[in-house]
Design a binder for this molecule. Structure first.
Ligand code: ADP
Length: 562
C-alpha cells in the first residue's frame, strides 16, 4: 500500500514537473520562433501593408505548422494564418496581448474565441526604431500539446506501475524471508507453552534470528531437564508419602482434600477422597474443633485427638505460600495399650508386694525390740531401713497408679487452706525441729478457700514439704498462697536448701528420676514424689513449674483453679 501511495505521489509530482518544464520549454521555443520571424513582418508593419502582413502570416503559419497572428498596437488584427483578420474582433484585451502591449513577453493557455479550441499563445511586441509597431503572436493547438503530454503521462504511469509491482514483489519476498523463521519460532514457543518440551527449532541462518533459535533450543532443553527432575522429585515424594505408615492428608483452607496417602484412605475407609470436603468422610468432633482452630489461625499445632474411638497424635503444619494444611496422624492406640498394660502390671505387683512387705516390716520391728546383741541389732536395723524403703516405693507406686487410672475421680470439696496447712505443719513439726528448720505459711485472705480434692491436695503438700525438709540443711521453708487472675490461686513452696542443677530440672517430674542417687537412698527417696505431685496438679487442671538456684534453694510454683 505504502509503495503504491508513494509511487502515485511520485507519478503526480514527476508529471507536474515534466508538464511545467514542457510548457516552459515551449514558451522559450515559441519565443525564439517569434524572434526569428519578427523581422520578416517589421517592414510591412512599418509600411502598414496589411495585405502583405496577412499573406506572410498565412505562408509562415503553413510552413511552421503554427498559428501566427499580427495585431496592431490598438488591438486590431492585421493578419492571421487561420482566419480572415477583417472578420476578427479587436484583440487588445487578450491576456497575452495585454502583456505584450506593456513591452513584455506574454503567454497564456486558453480557449480561442476565434477557433473555438484551447490554444497556447505567445505574444511579443515588435519595435521599429524604438516605436511599437505591432504585436506578433505565435500559437499552438493545446490538443497537440495535450496529446504529447498524455503520451508522456501514459509512459510515466506504465513505468510507475511496473516499478511499484516490482517493489511490492521484492517487499513481499523479503518480508516472507524474515517472517518465516519468526513464524517457526512462534510455533515452537506455543508448543513449549502447551508442555511439549522436546520441541526444537532448526534454523541455519547466522544472523540474529539464528542466535535467537539457538538460545531458544538451549532454553527448551533446560526446561525439559528441569521438568524431568521435577517430575522425578514429585514421584519420589509421592512414593514417600504413600509409604508413610502415619496417615497424611493435605487440606486447603476451605477444608477440601487435596492429597491423602493410603494409610489415611484406609483409616477413613474411602478410596476416592481427593477434592471432597473432610467433613463428608469424617465426622469427628475432636477433628472438627482441631481444624476450626487451624483455619481461624493457621499455625503449627500438635494435639491428641480421637477418631473412630482411636487416639491419634495429630500434627498440623501450615504452608503459607500455598495456603494449605498438612496433617499427619500417628496412631497412638498400641502405645496407649502398652502403657495401660504396664500400669496394670505395676499396680498388681505393688499390690501383691504390699502385704508380705508389711508383714516383714512388722516382724523385723518385733525382732529389733527383742534383740540384745548389738551386732545383730545393727544388721537388723539395716534390714529395717531397706524394708522401709521398699514399703515407701510400693506405697508411692500404688498412689501413682491410683492417680493414673480413670477411676481416680476427684472428690471436690471446699477446703480451708489455713486449716489444712496448720495440720500439715503439725505433722512435720518434729522433723523440722530435729533439723532446726522453720516453716512459715503466708495466705492472702482472698485465697483462703479453694475447691479441690482435699485428700490429694494434702498429699501434694506433704510430698513437697517432705522434699524441702529432705534437701534443706539450714534456713527454712516458706509457703505463700495468693490469688491469681480471679479464677486461680498461686501456691509457692520455697526452701533455702541445696537447689537442683539446671540440667536436671526438665526431668525431675519423671518417675524414678533422682538427682543424687546415693543421697536419695540415704534419705529414703523413691523418685516418685514429684510424679505424684504433678499428677495431682494435672488432675485439677492446674500447672506446676520449678525454679532453682544451686546452693540457694528451690521454688515450686503451682497454679490451681479456685
Ligand atoms: P525423691 O523421692 O527422691 O525425693 P522426687 O520425685 O520427690 O523423688 O524428687 C526427684 C528429685 O528432685 C529428687 O531426687 C531431688 O534430687 C530433687 N528435688 C526434689 N525436691 C527438691 C528440693 N526441694 N530441693 C532440692 N532437690 C529437690
Amino acid at each position: 500500500m505504502l509503495i503504491f501511495i508513494l509511487s502515485g505521489l511520485i507519478f503526480l509530482f514527476a508529471f507536474k514537473t515534466i508538464q511545467t518544464f514542457y510548457f516552459h520549454n515551449l514558451e522559450k521555443h515559441l519565443g525564439k520562433l517569434a524572434f526569428a520571424i519578427e523581422n520578416s513582418f517589421r517592414p510591412y508593419l512599418y509600411k502598414k501593408d496589411n495585405e502583405a502582413i496577412d499573406r506572410l502570416a498565412k505562408y509562415l503559419g503553413k510552413k511552421l505548422q503554427a498559428r501566427i497572428t499580427i495585431i496592431a498596437p490598438n488591438g486590431v488584427v492585421l493578419g492571421d494564418s487561420k482566419r480572415d483578420p477583417k472578420k476578427m474582433e479587436n484583440h487588445a484585451n487578450r491576456p497575452e496581448v495585454k502583456q505584450a502591449l506593456q513591452g513584455q513577453k506574454g503567454s497564456s493557455l486558453r480557449f480561442s474565441a476565434t477557433l473555438h479550441k484551447t490554444m497556447f499563445y505567445l505574444a511579443v511586441p515588435v519595435y521599429q526604431e524604438r516605436q511599437l509597431v505591432g504585436i506578433l503572436r505565435v500559437s499552438l493547438f493545446a490538443e497537440d500539446i495535450n496529446h504529447l503530454l498524455s503520451q508522456i503521462r501514459l509512459r510515466l504511469l506504465e513505468l510507475t506501475l511496473v516499478l511499484s509491482f516490482l517493489a511490492s514483489f521484492l517487499a513481499l519476498f523479503f518480508s516472507r524471508k524474515f517472517s518465516h523463521p519468526i513464524r517457526i519460532l512462534a510455533q515452537a514457543v506455543s508448543a513449549i507453552a502447551k508442555g511439549r518440551f522436546q520441541t526444537r527449532v532448526r534454523l541455519e541462518s547466522k544472523d540474529e534470528l539464528g542466535q535467537l533459535a539457538r538460545g531458544f533450543n538451549e532454553m527448551a532443553s533446560q526446561i525439559e531437564l528441569l521438568f524431568q527432575e521435577l517430575s522425578l522429585e514429585r514421584e519420589e515424594l509421592k512414593a514417600i508419602i504413600e509409604g508413610l505408615q502415619a496417615a497424611l492428608v493435605v487440606l486447603d483452607m476451605n477444608g477440601q482434600i487435596v492429597l491423602a496417602n493410603q494409610s489415611f484412605k484406609e483409616m477413613v475407609g474411602f478410596e476416592q477422597i481427593e477434592n471432597r470436603f473432610y467433613w463428608e468422610i469424617l465426622r469427628e468432633p475432636d477433628l472438627n474443633s482441631f481444624l476450626k482452630t487451624l483455619r481461624e489461625k493457621p499455625q503449627y499445632l500438635l494435639q491428641e485427638i480421637t477418631i473412630k474411638n482411636k487416639t491419634f497424635l495429630c500434627s498440623a503444619t501450615f504452608i503459607p505460600k500455598r495456603k494449605k494444611l498438612v496433617l499427619i496422624l500417628h496412631d497412638l492406640t498400641p502405645l496407649k495399650e502398652i502403657k495401660r498394660v504396664k500400669r496394670g502390671l505395676v499396680a498388681n505387683v505393688s499390690h501383691e508386694l504390699k502385704t508380705p512387705l508389711t508383714a516383714i516390716k512388722g516382724f523385723i520391728e518385733t525382732l529389733l525390740e527383742e534383740e540384745d546383741d548389738a551386732q545383730k541389732k545393727h544388721y537388723l536395723e539395716i534390714i529395717r531401713r531397706h524394708t522401709e524403703r521398699l514399703c515407701n516405693i510400693v506405697q508411692d507406686l500404688l498412689t501413682l497408679s491410683a492417680l493414673e487410672t480413670k477411676s481416680s475421680e476427684l472428690h471436690i470439696e471446699t477446703v480451708n487452706l489455713s486449716q489444712l496447712l496448720a495440720e500439715i505443719k503439725e505433722f512435720f513439726s518434729s522433723r523440722l525441729r530435729r533439723k532446726g528448720l522453720t516453716l512459715t505459711i503466708n495466705i492472702t485472705p482472698q485465697a483462703e478457700t479453694i475447691r479441690v480434692d482435699a485428700f490429694k491436695l494434702e498429699q501434694l503438700f506433704i510430698n513437697l514439704i517432705d522434699n524441702a525438709i529432705k534437701y534443706t540443711e539450714k534456713g527454712g521453708i516458706s509457703i505463700t498462697i495468693t490469688p491469681s487472675d480471679h479464677k486461680y490461686i498461686k501456691i509457692i513452696v520455697a526452701d533455702t536448701g541445696l537447689g537442683i542443677p539446671s540440667e536436671h530440672l526438665p526431668y525431675i517430674f519423671e518417675r524414678f528420676y533422682v538427682v543424687d542417687k546415693s543421697r536419695s537412698r540415704r534419705t529414703g527417696g523413691t523418685g516418685l514424689g514429684l510424679s505424684i505431685v504433678k499428677h495431682i496438679v494435672k488432675l485439677h487442671r492446674g500447672e506446676i513449674k520449678v525454679e532453682s538456684q544451686l546452693g540457694k534453694g528451690t521454688k515450686f510454683i503451682i497454679i490451681l483453679p479456685k
